[in-house]
Design a protein around this ligand. Structure first.
Ligand code: MSP
Length: 525
């Protein structure tokens, strides 16, 4: 790992429980983080993108037991066979992958805990309360529903368990005012607004101290001064964002320098069900340690199946591969961010995905690319004619770049993608209006024909760069077919700030027919 001086734009996903293989809900967050990462890289920023796995606690321990394996063997197998390959398949460009069973994590967690104890934020006490193993959370009455005499967790719809233990507590209640002040002074640190309002009203109702250790099982990080207890899994897990970048290391060491370079995190992406952990407990832990709080926690909505949160435990989990086998990886990456406003719940449907694939990707985008390559080959022997301009297209492109950049930096992925696809539609309209196939019939129209072909190629150059963060592999194929690798350089090096400069493809670039970008779907889904 090379450590440069510049502050990195630091993006994280939640670390996922390895009680089963990933489903499309997990992929939704990770793809969003990847698009944000790639976009910021194309803004010329140094970006650090972290994902990983949450491997301790009762939920993982029980799933290992149910499968007749010891927990370490169970998590090792799932991480190696399912989680890491899944992110590779989805073309996720994370810089690091943290596992909470790694030594670099466990040691830093223990050191952090000891320092909070030394500064008086941790004390011993008795805990009695209801616990949901699915959420790995102590529940409040408002989080539960009574059914047949049992208290049921509203998220997992499973009965909660009574826990009565002598534990270590974190003085969470001391942070109500500092947290309220944080959100009053820096509302941008908890997004979207509706999520922040929920956090604020939760804080206004007061906080109780948090039990941060458990003594009735041992699958966790031992509390350093009391090894009969293991650290509460959320306390352990939240710290991953900081342990992965060298929390508490000597400032002169590699880890210490990395911490200065990355901390505070710029964006923690989380699903809305885990917002309270990230917008209440996590900043309080950091405040207690005298560390900066994250610049933004963004709570996105759920993918729903049959109107409910899609989840493995309810047997509604869909594996990413079930979709990518049919539609391809890039259509998968595109679809969820395009179809669902980030921050809102959305239902997944095969029909809707099929319709958007056909109209937006295959027809609007893919066909434009193949028509251009076919026409340049037919009318110009595959050689791009001289540089031309079209004031209308150029203006539209400049506006598109500004809109898309503003939207994506605000995590409005849908707004950003829509702006780019509007430009794509505009270019299709330009081609339809100019009718190059008619122009080609009369040699007198050749200058105009060349102009239209050049402008269309140039528009596709811009589209390839703008869509690269969403659909990297497809845009690389398009880039190649425009001869842009040779004439301009790698697509990943193209800056968003330069995209709207018209005339970058040089005269003479070799335009080749690529494979169809979005092939016709074999069987209707
Ligand atoms: N291990 C904790 C997170 C610890 S972070 C310090 C956890 N893990 S999880 O495996 O349950 O993953 C939760 C995350 O997966 C959600 O926050 C969200 O990002 C994603 N999703 C899981 N199901 C989802 C949907 N149905 N829809 C959208 N995202 C979902 O909680």
């Amino acid at each position: 790992m090379t450590v440069s001086e510049k502050k990195s734009f630091y993006v994280t996903t939640p670390i996922y429980y390895v009680n089963s293989a990933p489903h499309i809900g997990h992929a939704y967050t990770t793809v969003a983080g990847d698009v944000l990462t790639r976009w910021h890289r194309q803004k010329g920023e140094s970006v650090w993108y972290l994902t990983g796995t949450d491997e301790h606690g009762q939920k993982i321990m029980r799933s290992a037991q149910e499968n007749g394996e010891n927990p370490q063997a169970w998590v090792d197998r799932l991480v190696d066979n399912d989680w890491k390959p899944n992110w590779r398949d989805l073309n996720i460009a994370n810089d690091d992958f943290i596992r909470t069973t790694e030594k670099r994590h466990t040691e830093r967690v223990q050191r952090f805990l000891q320092s909070l104890k030394d500064s008086g934020y941790i004390y011993a006490g008795d805990y009695e309360g209801l616990y949901c193993v699915g959420c790995e959370e102590f529940k409040l009455p408002g989080d539960l529903t009574e059914r047949s005499g049992k208290q049921i967790c509203n998220i997992h719809e499973k009965p909660v368990e009574m826990v009565k233990e002598n534990n270590w507590f974190f003085k969470l209640s001391a942070f109500v005012d500092p947290l309220l002040k944080l959100y009053a002074e820096h509302p941008e640190t908890c997004q979207p607004e509706s999520a922040r309002n929920e956090v604020i009203s939760f804080l206004q109702s007061g906080l109780t101290d948090l039990s941060i250790s458990r003594s009735t099982f041992d699958w966790g990080i031992p509390v350093p001064w009391d090894t009969n207890q293991v650290v509460y899994v959320w306390f352990d897990a939240l710290l991953n964002y900081a342990t992965a970048v060298g929390l508490g290391d000597d400032p002169q060491s590699e880890g210490g320098k990395k911490f200065v370079q990355t901390w505070p995190a710029d964006v923690h992406l989380v699903g809305k069900e885990i917002l309270r952990f990230h917008a209440v407990i996590w900043p309080a832990m950091l405040m207690a340690a005298g560390l900066d709080t994250p610049k933004k926690v963004f709570a996105h909505g759920w993918l729903l199946v049959g109107g409910e949160k899609m989840s493995k435990s309810k047997l509604t989990g869909i594996a990413p591969r079930d979709i990518t086998d049919h539609f391809g990886v890039d259509a998968f990456r595109y679809y969820f961010l395009r179809a669902i406003p980030f921050g809102t719940d959305g239902s997944f449907s095969w029909e809707d995905m099929h319709a958007r694939y056909t109209s937006e990707l295959a027809n609007d985008f893919g066909n434009l690319a193949s028509r251009l390559a076919a026409m340049v080959n037919k009318y110009c022997d595959g050689v791009l004619p001289s540089v031309s301009h079209d004031a209308g297209l150029e203006r539209f492109l400049a506006e598109t770049v500004a809109k898309a950049d503003a939207a994506i930096c605000e995590l409005d992925f849908q707004g950003g993608i829509l702006a780019i696809m509007e430009f794509c539609k505009r270019v299709n309209g330009y081609v339809t209006e100019k009718e190059p196939w008619i122009l080609a019939k009369n040699p007198a129209n050749e200058p105009l024909l060349r102009e239209v072909l050049y402008n269309t190629a140039e528009a596709l150059r811009a589209l390839a760069v703008l869509l690269h963060s969403v659909m990297p592999a497809t845009c690389e194929i398009l880039w190649d077919s425009l001869g842009a690798n040779q004439s301009i350089g790698p697509i990943a090096d193209q800056l968003i700030s330069e995209v709207a400069k018209w005339g970058q493809l040089p005269q003479g670039a070799l335009i080749t027919k690529s494979a169809i970008l979005f092939p016709r779907l074999e069987v209707s889904a």
